[in-house]
Design a protein around this ligand. Structure first.
Ligand code: ACO
Length: 377
């Protein structure tokens, strides 16, 4: 019998120098550096460039990259018109997928798959994702898009374009850290999807629209929104134990916990929990935070020995909520960060490309014959 690696679990199909994960010990490294150090010391801009180039940038390299991002924040007016024409109430990930695909139609370089073109397109996309997502949010709320500001950081400018108000430096930095935590995560489903598309020598916009489609699903990027739905269902902290125990007894999945790779605490969830706790201590514990604390304790007590612990999505939603971001935009914000990881991974894989073409075990009939339609039962 041929062995099947269901869900491709444990299958290693390529090498990468970008991200290392040790799931049993809860370790995540980018370029060998722990995620906690990136979160504490770095920025979204720096980590993005470090992954694109495979090394820590010099001050000049980072300043040049940052300037390029700022210069490329504006999006074409035709794309703004398309975003405004989208139906109200749609899933913003559908809107993002369509907008990025349309952006490709407007880019004369889109079909160029040389390494230089892939890098140039990546920088533009990293910059423009933020303007696109903010514009989608505004259009869905029936408001005019807010033009980007060149004097703000990537994170600060995004919050400004999303809400129309300049964030405090603490809010901008908190959001920056959330972005840093989500930039890359080795061979996750959406990165794999981007690489699968690029392996056919397709263009960057096709790679990224494929990845957006993969990230949209609730088992991947959609989980933090599902966590907020769960918190709203629980309602008050005193109901949390009963609610979550009932779910476990019925063998239902709890959103924001469990991970294909981590069988221990996801280190990103620890960083986010610390920030959520910091905000809770400063401003008084919100209902949400208290419910999450209780759910975490119950899950770890009852499912910890199965390797089920909170993942990055467990606390991210409350952090975003505190920043005034509505839950429908949590997954696009995941994409806002992960675009850098997708681009870096596609570029790295393209250096030694091989078409991805796995196989499946055929279990159907082998001696059937065509039956005329009128003779079928
Ligand atoms: N709640 C309760 N039990 C769980 C959960 C969960 N969230 N996740 C896994 N389990 C249990 C399963 O029921 C199974 O138990 P069994 O052995 O008794 O049948 C065991 O743990 C293994 O579960 P699998 O589903 O096989 O594990 P898999 O590696 O496929 O799951 C996944 C990973 C899909 C992320 C899963 O944990 C899940 O659905 N979590 C909830 C959704 C979520 O939070 N996704 C975000 C992931 S992080 C990210 O993408 C950024």
């Amino acid at each position: 019998m041929t062995e099947i690696a269901k869900g491709l679990e444990g299958v290693q199909f390529t090498e990468s120098k970008l991200t290392f994960i040790n799931g049993s010990e809860g370790i995540l490294l980018h370029l060998g550096i722990p995620i906690q150090e990136w979160a504490e010391n770095s920025t979204f801009e720096e980590l993005s460039l470090a992954l694109l180039d495979g090394k820590l940038p010099t001050a000049t390299e980072l300043a040049t990259f940052d300037a390029h991002l700022r210069e490329n924040r504006e999006i074409p007016h035709q794309l703004i018109d398309v975003i405004k024409a989208m139906p109200r109430g749609i899933n913003p990930m559908q809107a993002l997928r369509t907008a990025v695909s349309y952006l490709g139609l407007l880019d004369p370089q889109s079909e160029d798959i040389t390494p230089e073109a892939r890098r140039a397109i990546s920088i533009r996309m990293i910059a423009q994702f933020s303007t696109i997502i903010a514009a989608i949010n505004r259009a869905q709320e029936g408001q005019e898009p807010v033009a980007p500001r060149m004097d703000l950081t990537h994170a600060g400018n995004f919050l400004y374009m999303l809400t129309g108000h300049e964030p405090t430096s603490e809010q901008a930095r908190l959001f920056d850290i959330a972005l840093v935590l989500h930039v890359d995560h080795a061979m996750n489903a959406s990165t794999f999807t981007a690489i699968a598309t690029s392996s056919t020598l397709s263009d960057m916009y096709s790679c990224i629209t494929s990845a957006i489609g993969a990230l949209k699903g609730p088992l991947h990027g959609g989980a933090n929104e599902a966590v907020m739905d769960m918190l709203d269902e629980v309602g008050t902290p005193d109901r949390a134990v009963e609610y979550i125990s009932g779910k476990m007894d019925r063998k239902e999945k709890i959103m924001g916990v469990g991970h294909r790779v981590y069988k221990n605490f996801d280190p990103r969830s620890r960083v986010l929990r610390d920030y959520a706790e910091h905000v809770a201590n400063k401003e008084g514990k919100s209902n949400y935070y208290q419910i999450l604390e209780t759910i975490e304790k119950t899950v770890v007590d009852r499912l910890g020995d199965k390797g089920i612990y909170p993942n990055v999505d467990f606390y991210s939603g409350t952090v975003y909520s505190d920043l005034g971001i509505r839950k429908e935009f949590f997954t696009p914000i995941f994409a806002l960060a992960r675009i850098s990881g997708w681009c870096a991974s596609v570029i790295e894989y393209s250096e030694d490309n091989r078409l991805l073409r796995p196989s499946s075990v055929y279990t159907g009939e082998k001696d059937a014959h065509y039956v005329q339609i009128q003779d079928r039962q």
